[in-house]
Design a protein around this ligand. Structure first.
Ligand SMILES: [Zn+2]
Length: 564
C-alpha cells in the first residue's frame, strides 16, 4: 500500500469546481482518495505552490511512421540538441522530433502525464505501438487514420452505416486505436492520383463520395459506437489562404448531428484552418469569423496548433498540403504514400517573426484562443511539431495569461503582421483556473477520459505541482516566473509515484497504452470480400495485420458498448 499526501497547496481542479482553494490531496495505490493516514506514507508540503491534475495533450505527433521519417530526414535537428544519459535516464536526441525517451522526460518535466498521438496509418500501427511502449512516464493512445480508408468510403457510399460502424470497430481493435482520425477527407485518396479536393462537396476520384459525406458518416458511426472521443478532424484546405470558408462549412455540416448539446467533433490545430485573404500576399486572420460561429455553437471542440518562432519539422498525412509547403519553402521534402491507406509528407520549416505570414499565423492562434469565450472548447497545443515543439508550451502559457507577454513578442514581429494583428484589441488574460482547463481538464473531458484531468476521488493519481503562489504574485505581470515554473514542475506525480522533482526526472515509471475495445451485437466484422481485397491490394497478409496484445507493454483497454 503506497500512500502520499500533498498538503496545503492551492488546488486548481476545474472539473470539480475547485478554484485555487488551499487543500490537501490524498493518494493511495495510484488513485486519488478521500484521505490517508498522515504519518503512514510520504508527505509533500505544497504550501505556496499551485497544484493541478497532470497535463493532458490531445494532439501531439510523438510516434509512428511520419515521426520516424522526420527523424531520419533531419540529422541537423538532432545534432543541436543531444541529451546525455544520467544514472537514471537514457540518452537521446531531439529538438523538434525528440527520440522516444526524451519525449517522455520532457513532457513529464512540464507536469504532463497523458498524451494523444493523433495520426497513425493502420499499416504502421505495430511500429507506432513499439515507439509508444518506449516512451516513459506518460499514458498514451493513438488514433488510426480512417477518413480515406477504402472500406469506409465504400460503406458510406452505399449508405451502409451499420456495416461501416462494425468495420470501424474492427479497425480500432486491430490497430489498438482510441479514436477516429480524419485528415483532409477525400484529399488523401485524391493525392494518390496527384490531385486534391478543394471544397467539402468535391467528389473523391473513383469513389463517388464527398468530404461532407465522409465527415458526417463517420460522425454518425462515432455516435453508434459510443466512442469516448468524437471524430478528430483536420479540415480540408488546411494551411491555405481563405480556408476559413471551408472551416465554417465543415463546422456547419456537423451541426445537426449533435443531440443534447454534446460535441460531435474535434477540429484540431484550428490556427492552420483560420486564414483569410485569397493569396499569400493578402493572407490575414479570419479569427473573428471563426470565433463568432464557435461562440454561438457547442457541437465541437478545438485545439490551437499554436505557432512558435523556431526551426521545426512539419509532418502530416495531408500529402497535398506538404507539397504546397515544399513549393513555398523549396526545402527538402519527403512524400510518403502508405500503400492504399493514406498519404504523408515531411518538410522542415523555420517560422520567423520577420516573415509576415508566419507572424500572422502566430497571432491567429492566440486570437482564436482568447476570442473563444468558453475555455472548455479550445485547448492548448502546437500540433507538435507542426506549429513548434511541445516543450515551448510554457511560452504559450505566458502569452495566454499576459497581455504584456503578447505585446513583447508582437512588437518584434513583421510590421505588416503587427498592423493586422487583432491582439492589440484583446485584453483577456487567462486565470490559473482557465489555464488548468485548456491544458488538462478540458482536454481530458473532450477525450472522454473519466479518470484524468481532475483530482476527485477515484481519479488516476496524476498530479502536477508548480512553483507559483497565486496569493503573492500577479501572474500577468510576472509571466516570466510562471513560464519558468510551468517549464520545470516542482513535482510531477504519475500513478501516485513522484517521477519529477524540481524539473528533474527522479524515478522511472512506464505509462499505459489505452485503446478502445468496442462490443457490437454482431461480433463477426470481417467478411470474405474484405480478405479478398487484402490479398489483391495490400502487401501484408490479413492475418499479420492486427496488433496483437503482446505488442503493448502496459495494456489499458477501455471497453465500450456500441448501440449496434
Ligand atoms: Zn497534427
Amino acid at each position: 500500500m503506497v500512500e502520499l499526501l500533498i498538503k496545503n497547496g492551492f488546488v486548481f481542479d476545474p472539473i470539480n469546481g475547485i478554484n485555487g482553494e488551499k487543500m490537501d490531496i490524498a493518494i493511495k495505490d495510484g488513485k486519488i482518495v478521500a484521505k490517508v493516514h498522515e504519518h503512514r506514507g510520504k508527505t509533500i508540503d505544497a504550501t505556496g505552490l499551485t497544484v493541478m491534475p497532470g497535463g493532458v495533450d490531445i494532439h501531439t505527433h510523438i510516434a509512428g511512421g511520419e515521426v520516424n521519417t522526420g527523424r531520419l530526414v533531419r540529422p541537423e535537428d538532432h545534432v543541436k540538441d543531444v541529451v546525455s544519459k544520467t544514472l537514471l535516464t537514457r540518452s537521446g536526441v531531439g529538438y523538434s522530433i525528440p527520440s522516444t525517451f526524451v519525449t517522455g522526460y520532457r513532457y513529464s518535466k512540464m507536469g504532463y502525464t497523458t498524451v494523444m498521438n493523433p495520426s497513425m496509418a493502420p499499416l504502421e500501427a505495430k511500429h507506432t505501438h513499439e515507439e509508444l511502449n518506449d516512451i516513459p512516464l506518460l499514458d498514451k493512445a493513438t488514433f488510426p487514420l480512417i477518413g480515406d480508408w477504402w472500406f469506409v468510403l465504400e460503406y458510406l457510399r452505399k449508405g451502409d452505416l451499420v456495416g461501416c460502424a462494425r468495420h470501424v470497430a474492427w479497425m480500432l481493435e486491430t490497430t489498438k486505436g482510441y479514436a477516429i482520425k480524419i485528415v483532409n477527407p477525400g484529399g488523401l485518396e485524391s493525392w494518390g492520383f496527384g490531385k486534391n479536393v478543394h471544397s467539402i462537396d468535391d467528389e473523391v476520384p473513383n469513389f463517388c463520395i464527398t468530404p461532407r459525406e465522409i465527415m458526417r458518416g463517420l460522425a454518425k458511426v462515432n455516435t453508434m459506437l459510443n466512442l469516448p472521443h468524437t471524430i478528430h478532424l483536420h479540415t480540408n484546405n488546411l494551411g491555405l489562404p481563405g480556408n476559413y470558408v471551408t472551416t465554417l462549412e465543415t463546422m456547419k455540416c456537423l451541426e445537426d448531428l449533435s443531440t443534447d448539446g454534446k460535441p460531435v467533433g474535434h477540429i484540431t490545430h484550428l490556427q492552420f484552418s483560420s486564414f483569410g485573404g485569397d493569396g499569400w500576399g493578402n493572407m490575414c486572420s479570419a479569427a473573428e469569423e471563426i470565433t463568432k460561429y464557435i461562440n454561438a455553437h457547442s457541437h465541437l471542440t478545438f485545439d490551437m496548433g499554436q505557432l512558435i518562432f523556431t526551426d521545426t519539422t512539419t509532418m502530416t498525412a495531408d500529402g497535398p498540403f506538404e507539397y504546397t509547403l515544399y513549393q513555398l519553402s523549396g526545402h527538402k521534402w519527403v512524400n510518403s504514400d502508405i500503400e492504399t491507406e493514406t498519404s504523408g509528407g515531411i518538410i522542415p520549416f523555420h517560422y520567423k517573426k520577420s516573415n509576415a505570414v508566419n507572424a500572422t499565423q502566430w497571432s491567429i492562434g492566440l486570437e482564436l484562443a482568447l476570442m473563444i469565450t468558453d475555455p472548455w472548447k479550445m485547448f492548448m497545443t502546437t500540433d507538435h511539431p507542426n506549429g513548434g515543439p511541445f516543450f515551448a508550451y510554457p511560452k504559450i502559457i505566458a502569452w495566454l495569461i499576459s497581455n504584456k507577454a503578447r505585446m513583447a513578442t508582437l512588437k518584434k514581429c513583421h510590421k505588416k503582421a503587427q498592423k493586422k494583428s487583432l491582439l492589440t484589441s484583446i485584453d483577456r488574460e487567462l486565470s490559473l483556473y482557465e489555464l488548468a482547463i485548456v491544458t488538462r481538464a478540458g482536454q481530458a473531458k473532450a477525450l472522454g477520459l473519466k479518470n484524468k484531468g481532475h483530482l476527485g476521488v477515484g481519479a488516476d493519481a496524476d498530479v502536477a505541482i508548480y512553483n507559483v503562489n497565486p496569493e503573492t504574485i500577479d501572474i500577468a505581470r510576472k509571466y516570466k516566473t510562471v513560464r519558468r515554473a510551468f517549464g520545470k514542475a516542482a513535482y510531477t506525480i504519475k500513478d501516485g509515484k513522484i517521477v519529477v522533482k524540481d524539473g528533474e526526472v527522479v524515478q522511472h515509471a512506464d505509462g499505459r497504452t489505452m485503446w478502445v475495445d468496442v462490443e457490437t451485437a454482431q461480433q463477426e466484422r470481417v467478411d470474405e470480400d474484405m480478405k479478398l481485397k487484402f490479398r489483391q491490394y495490400w502487401t501484408v497478409e490479413f492475418d499479420n495485420y492486427p496488433v496483437s496484445d503482446h505488442y503493448v507493454k502496459v495494456k489499458d483497454p477501455i471497453t465500450v458498448k456500441a448501440t449496434i
